[in-house]
Write a protein that binds this ligand. Structure first.
Ligand SMILES: [Zn+2]
Length: 521
């Protein structure tokens, strides 16, 4: 049992919203691992000692790192270790480990290990494994533990120490491979010279967060969660937009690169980053992200758009990026609006915190507009109604933030595209779900609440006057199925950029558009 706890406890060092579910699932899978390991140990005593020693060391390491840095051994920690040379290691040891408290803890941990390993050596696993009950009791646990990752259960799947560290190493290796591919594709972007011959507009791409479209009055929700956008006469609402993923980093990859959710992973064009295409086509590109800045982690950052962190890629994609974050999106826009790029041939990308959980942290208290009295749902208790109200207030605040953005471009020749990376469960389905779980995508409830997303395009009066045919194409496209992995192609069309990897059949405003199979109908 101790071995199972050592393996699974670090799974609980997660954000409090996930911790219990992560620990519980990691506990079940660790139990299955330990039962299986017992079979091996019954043949050889050395395996028993090694198994226990390894999981004890991993547990002690993960716990120490968590206590010191508030994180498990994840990709960031591994990258920092890989980039550390001996001089830095010595500095680290002196700074963090050479104090009496740490040394005392270290001695204590070694003492506990000696006591435990002595006890472990005296346990006779052979008798236990050879008993008739052992296979009968262990088989269901092994089956459940091994099947767990493939079951669609309403909680976050926890990883035991061994799987967690293995996955973190794998993630680091894959990410570095990806970054190499992104860099090499930047060289291959060739803009066709006859494109960009007209005066180009200012393009603004706003990426929202965790916005359930069915809780927007723009999509028929009864409460006025989008009162300001509802009044915008040049706003075109898309009815059939969807996302292939339920988490931000996956969505960012689909949005920023030409990776598509219906093609295999062998196409090198999937490593083309659209901001790099715009920059090669003489656009000025700015990226304002209120969830993440490059300066937070630099090269060792695996935040949701980590592939922009390396200097080479960053310099070939952006002229300008934000250095700071704000607690609220409205304050973020207020801080950076003077640096928005305007007057044509420029692209602004804005990534908001939107309605990300916990929704009550996404808006200032002055924006607490709705109360639980507005929620006429007999099936919800008071705390559930409260969470629903907080979500609706965050949506209404997002409406205010979006109006702030539109106001900045109202007198420009501009087009603003807004959509959310994915939706969110807000107690609206049969399963009474709240939030999101990785992998929860293919059932009806997830398709409705998470994969369907709000998507809209606003055009300034000047944009419509200069390009009535583009405005018409946008209106025509608004009833078509559209997936976020095709947004980049639509941006190329809006900017009149033609280049080697452009596919007109993937641009929703192009006459040749053909929705791909995985876009939701
Ligand atoms: Zn997200």
């Amino acid at each position: 049992m101790l071995a199972v706890l050592f393996l699974s406890l670090p799974a609980g060092y997660e954000n409090e919203a996930f911790a219990k579910g992560a620990f519980l699932t990691a506990f079940v899978s660790s139990l299955a691992w330990t039962i299986l390991a017992f079979y091996l140990m019954s043949y050889c005593r050395v395996i028993k000692v090694w198994f226990f020693t390894i999981i004890f060391i991993l547990f002690a390491l993960e716990t120490a790192i968590y206590l010191r840095f508030g994180s498990r051994i994840d990709a960031n920690i591994i990258t920092l270790l890989m980039q550390t040379d001996w001089a830095e290691t010595r500095e680290f040891v002196v700074a963090y480990l050479m104090d009496w408290k740490t040394l005392f803890m270290f001695v204590c941990v070694c003492g506990v290990y000696c006591l435990l390993i002595h006890a472990v050596q005296r346990i006779h696993i052979k008798h236990l494994v050879q008993s008739k009950l052992y296979p009968v009791l262990s088989l269901p646990v092994i089956v459940l533990g091994l099947a767990l990752p493939y079951l669609s259960i309403p909680t976050t799947m926890g990883k035991n120490t061994i799987i967690g560290i293995y996955d973190a190493f794998k993630f680091v290796r894959n990410s570095h491979d990806d970054v190499d591919q992104f860099s090499s594709m930047i060289e291959k972007i060739e803009i066709y010279s006859d494109s960009c011959k007209h005066k180009s507009p200012t393009i603004v791409l706003v990426i929202g967060e965790s916005f359930n479209k069915h809780r927007s009055s723009l999509y028929g929700y009864a409460l006025p969660t989008n009162p300001l956008l509802s009044k915008e006469k040049n706003l075109v609402i898309f009815s059939h937009a969807s996302t292939p993923v339920c988490y931000t980093s996956g969505a960012m990859r689909y949005i920023f690169s030409l990776k598509s959710c219906n093609l295999g992973g062998t196409d090198s064009a999937q490593y083309v980053l659209f901001p790099a295409v715009f920059k090669k086509a003489s656009y000025k590109v700015a990226y304002f992200d209120n969830q993440y800045t490059r300066s937070q982690g630099g090269e060792a950052d695996y935040g949701c758009s980590y592939f922009f962190s390396p200097k080479y890629i960053n310099d070939h994609c952006f002229d300008l990026r934000n250095e700071t974050l704000e607690e609220y999106d409205g304050d973020f826009i207020f801080t950076y609006k003077s640096r928005f790029l305007k007057n044509g041939t420029c692209l602004n990308i804005i990534h908001l915190k939107g309605q990300h959980f916990q929704a009550k942290k996404r808006y200032p208290s002055a924006f607490s507009y709705f109360t639980t009295d507005n929620i006429l749902r007999g099936d919800l208790d008071d705390s559930e109604k409260q969470r629903m109200v907080e979500y609706d207030n965050a949506t209404r605040y997002n409406d205010y933030v979006m109006r702030m953005i539109l106001d900045e471009f109202r007198n420009d020749d501009a087009v603003v595209i807004y959509f959310s990376d994915h939706g969110e469960n807000i107690f609206d389905g049969k399963g009474h779900r709240y939030g999101r779980n990785v992998g929860e995508l293919y059932d009806e409830e997830s398709a409705y609440n998470i994969r369907q997303i709000p998507f809209m395009i606003w055009c300034s009066d000047t944009f419509i006057r200069y390009r009535p045919e583009k405005y018409d194409a946008i209106k025509q496209a608004s009833k078509l199925p559209l997936c976020i992995d095709d947004v980049a192609y639509m941006l190329f069309d809006l900017a009149d950029i033609d280049f080697k990897y452009f596919k007109p059949e993937r641009s929703v405003i192009n006459p040749q558009y053909h929705p791909h199979k995985t876009a939701l109908e």
